[in-house]
Design a protein around this ligand. Structure first.
Ligand code: SAH
Ligand code: SF4
Ligand code: F3S
Length: 473
């Protein structure tokens, strides 16, 4: 058993991170382990977590398992979890209860937990105490070892826990089963060294490790050849890309090289305001295939709260960066993340946040109530704000955010915009859906042949969370 250790997860060494190109191996005797067996993977977290699920699925298929979207009929269930807020935890443990029932009906069912919750010491202790009917727990650093973990669990018929707390090498040969044929996630870096005081990610994902540029570019070139239209470059703090590589190559260089592959659309998430430099802005402006869409988390508009959060920018410098981006890229859309109810946030602090929202008029915002995460500094801060107060602030903030998001959408009425058509609309089977270059969801009445293509759409109606349009060509 290898349990996670929060103290170890905090450690950052100067040791060079190696790239391994042959670390993932499925031994001959494991290639048929999943023959005639079905797997079900449920994903709870961010884009990186989704992409991990794409890797996990491909690994399982290398072992002859086949996918099902019906959990009840699966022989193997994996919950790929997120640890960012408490409600993510609760959802997972609710599902674990359902799995217990399924296991009572089918004693051969193998079930496990992976992802960011598996990296948390408290969670693994809880599983060992209360949910030890599960078969496997593995972390974010040992996905490549899944074949061996699974084999051990099946043979010992007991809970197998393998969670490395210290990140290892960057492993380049993990297979991937992509959810979409048109747009793809591409990791550019793993981990995060920012240690914002509320955030669990630096502990669950380890130290910042950038992939070497050559592997990223080759992956994108391969996607272009396969007909992909869009890539999203993924990292917790993509603007810091390359800083750990010691090769004098940063995010602006990477963006430029990815743009030169000729892929039609490039997106990147998430940008921390701290590392957003001028050369990045120049490159985004220069290349038409870098989308004019930036997710720029604010978290709070109050300088004292930002300081307590360890965000390394001020209200003023955030607004300056915002204005710089808007003047360089006037047609861009900018979205953000905001936390309300950080420990001891006063009414004035909260008003500063509202003030930034009124100044920036974001295209959209994800808003959250602060959730204390065990092991982070903010979880230890005394807090005098009631939950009722926090809920009221969230409500007020959402009203303002929604107002500006509607205003931003209203500007699209009767405009012609490029949309990458991804498939049929969830709500109305007769409509197709896709996203504009600026990441607005559009439903279009168009024949299915358009799926996978970028088409010009004239926007005819604005709704709260989407727009309806018709083909303009
Ligand atoms: N790397 C990204 C954020 C990833 S987590 C960045 O630095 O911007 C996504 C969002 O979840 C964060 O932007 C933050 O708004 C929110 N979040 C993170 N930890 C949280 C916590 N403990 N409580 C509430 N929201 C949190
Ligand atoms: Fe968390 Fe901050 Fe890192 Fe984002 S930059 S993942 S909020 S520690
Ligand atoms: Fe959640 Fe881990 Fe992503 S905590 S937000 S799944 S990095």
């Amino acid at each position: 058993m290898l349990k996670p250790d929060l103290l170890k997860a905090k450690i950052r060494t100067k040791e060079e991170v190696l790239t391994k190109t042959n670390e993932y191996i499925v031994k001959e005797n494991l290639k048929q382990l999943g023959l005639n067996k079905k797997y079900y993977v449920k994903t709870y977290g961010c884009q990186m977590n989704e992409h991990d699920s794409e890797n996990i699925k491909a690994i399982l298929e290398d072992m002859s398992f086949t996918e099902t979207d019906d959990m009840e009929s699966a022989d193997l269930i994996l919950l790929n979890t997120c640890a960012i807020r408490e409600n993510a935890h609760n959802k997972v443990f609710g599902m674990v209860g359902r799995i217990k029932n399924l296991k009572e009906k089918n004693p051969n069912l193998i079930a496990g937990i992976c992802g960011c919750m598996a990296q948390e010491e408290v969670v693994v202790n809880e599983i060992l105490e209360k949910y030890n009917f599960l078969d496997i727990v593995f972390g974010t650093h040992n996905i490549h070892n899944l074949p061996n973990i699974l084999y051990t669990a099946i043979n010992k018929k007991d809970l197998e826990v393998e969670v490395l707390s210290i990140e290892g090498e960057v492993i380049e040969n993990i297979p991937v089963k992509r959810n979409s044929k048109y747009k793809a996630w591409v990791n550019i870096m793993y981990g995060c060294d920012k240690f914002c005081t509320y955030c669990i990610v630096p502990y669950t994902r380890g130290k910042q490790r950038s992939r070497e540029p050559i592997y990223i570019i080759d992956e994108v070139k391969d996607l272009v050849e396969k007909g992909y239209q869009e890539v999203t470059l993924l990292g917790q703090n993509v603007n810091a890309y390359g800083k750990d590589l010691n090769i004098n190559y940063d995010m602006s260089n990477l963006l430029e090289d990815v743009a030169k592959t000729g892929i039609n659309r490039i997106r990147f998430v998430t940008s921390h305001p701290w590392d957003f430099n001028d050369s990045m802005i120049e490159v985004i402006k220069k290349y038409d295939n870098i989308m004019p869409y930036i997710h720029l988390p604010l978290q709070s508009g109050s300088d004292s709260i930002l300081k307590l959060m360890g965000r390394r920018y001020t209200k003023k410098s955030y607004i300056e960066l915002y204005n710089k981006l808007k003047s360089a890229l006037p047609n861009s859309s900018i979205t953000t993340d905001i936390i309300v109810g950080f420990p001891n946030e006063t009414e004035e602090d909260f008003n500063e946040t509202l003030d930034v929202v009124n100044t920036c008029k974001f295209d959209g915002a994800f808003t959250f109530i602060f959730s204390p995460r065990v092991g982070t500094p903010a979880a230890k801060m005394a807090d005098n704000v009631s939950l009722e107060e926090k809920n009221q602030r969230l409500y007020k903030l959402n009203e303002l955010v929604n107002k500006y998001s509607k205003e931003a959408n209203d500007r699209y009425l009767n405009k012609i915009v490029p949309v990458l058509i991804e498939g049929t609309s969830e709500k109305d089977e007769s409509m197709l859906m896709g996203y504009t270059d600026t990441m607005k969801l559009v439903n279009v009445k168009a024949p299915k042949e358009y799926i996978g293509k970028i088409i010009n759409v004239k926007i005819k109606e604005i709704k709260t969370w989407s727009m309806d349009g018709e083909i303009a060509e």
